[in-house]
Design a protein around this ligand. Structure first.
Ligand code: NAI
Ligand code: MG
Length: 374
């Protein structure tokens, strides 16, 4: 019996391309593991009305962790249109599979590593090395939304004084997306950020929110961060508004160590930070729960490149590295990181984003060659 059972979920579009590349690496590493394919993505929405079939959730529960590629999501209108005729007009509503998966498995912490590998011509600077901690199950991604809101929901909202201006508007012309934070989740994500900073000798934790406007939710994050910062006298707490953070990241990205934010702002700043270290093809992430984790590149399914093996597989391969680390296979992880770093530095094999014409698979094979030379 293999030591690890790992769920293998390529998903849609380039999710398949980069997972094929990752498989080349996994085969070469020869971890004592079984990789079990699972269904997820748009195809299953269209044919089953559920992009994350129950059998996949069951599979995840029987495995140690999961590698995930990417999936496609579309608007409610397009989602309805693309359902097979038997499933249309049945009131089945699309909800994003990866967001559901994070919630179903309570993967409360999303970590995104934006590190400049030396020699990458796309680096904004070579000294960027920051980690974004993103709350992963609540906030604007909690999926508590209404279009149109029911009378009950609308009447409940009308008890708020600021709702006066919406009083005369038809319910059909109103859409509501709730931003819900719990104190527990705020404390958890901030704790993880400080603990990471402590463990890795990072000097600062930056809280990225917007408490001057979103006073209650962002306000609760600030309150908890200040309280917790007192337990870490050697780590500075910096507080930055999310809009200003975008400016600071472009201006002085090298100043930042650990960023912590809510679900949506964390998503946005990590794409921005990714571009500073080469783009979405370079940034890996982990979704961590108490006993389970899902590893994925931060990019999506990039439909226009699907099936062409053109995209950069490094974000996916670095997700494999994160998985090895999480499993405690530290030497494998370290060697894989070195192999990636040296392929980036050499610039002999480059995918389109780096100005080259090599395929995702050639990139993976080159990384394997380096790995084997170590
Ligand atoms: P995207 O990340 O798929 O692609 C945006 C652009 O980034 C691409 O057109 C390409 O120029 C570049 N890019 C992305 N990955 C790359 C790679 N590995 N190598 C080189 N260049 C790369 O984002 P987009 O276009 O906003 O979304 C496309 C679909 O993906 C949508 O359906 C969206 O909902 C979904 N999505 C899924 C995610 C997930 O599965 N976790 C995350 C983000 C988007
Ligand atoms: Mg994103």
């Amino acid at each position: 019996m293999p030591k690890y059972h790992i769920a293998y979920l390529p998903g849609d579009g380039i999710g398949n391309d980069v997972m094929d590349a990752a498989k080349i690496v996994l085969d070469a590493i020869d971890l004592d593991a079984e990789y079990i394919h699972g269904d997820i993505g748009w195809e299953f929405w269209k044919t089953e009305g559920n992009p994350l079939p129950d059998r996949t959730v069951e599979l995840l529960k029987e495995t140690n962790c999961c590698l995930f590629g990417a999936i496609t999501s579309k608007s409610n209108e397009d989602a309805e249109k693309e359902l097979i005729p038997e499933l249309r007009n049945k009131g089945i509503v699309y909800s994003g599979a990866i967001v559901t998966l994070r919630q179903e498995l309570n993967l409360h912490t999303n970590m995104r590593y934006c590190k400049a590998y030396p020699g990458n011509p796309l680096n904004y600077r070579d000294d960027i090395d920051l980690v974004v901690f993103r709350e992963n199950t609540e906030g604007l991604y909690a999926g508590v939304e209404f279009r149109p809101p029911s009378k009950e929901v609308f009447n409940a909202l009308m008890t708020h004084k600021n709702m006066k201006k919406f009083e005369k508007i038809s319910l059909d012309d109103i859409a509501v997306s709730c931003r819900i934070f719990t104190r527990n989740a705020c404390q958890n994500i901030i704790r993880q950020a400080f603990e990471y900073a402590k463990k890795h000798n990072r000097g600062s934790v930056t809280l990225v929110e917007k408490p001057n406007v979103i006073r209650e939710t962002s306000g609760m994050m600030v309150q908890e961060a200040r309280r917790m910062a007192m337990e870490y006298p050697n780590i500075e707490l910096w507080e930055t508004n999310v809009d200003a953070m975008c400016m600071w990241l472009v201006k002085n990205p090298q100043d930042y160590d650990v960023l912590v934010s809510s679900n949506m702002f964390g998503d946005i700043i990590s794409d921005l930070a990714a571009q500073l270290v080469g783009g979405l093809g370079f940034v890996a992430s982990q979704n961590i729960g108490d006993n389970y984790a899902v590893f994925e590149p931060i990019h999506g399914s990039a439909p226009k490149y699907a099936g062409q093996y053109k995209v950069n597989p490094i974000a996916m391969i670095l997700s494999v590295k994160l998985m090895l680390d999480w499993l405690g296979e530290k030497q494998y992880a370290k060697n894989l990181d070195q192999a990636v770093a040296s392929v980036i530095k050499e610039r002999k094999i480059t995918t389109y984003d780096l100005g080259g014409t090599n395929t995702s698979l050639e990139m993976a094979e080159t990384i394997v060659k380096k790995y084997e030379e170590l």
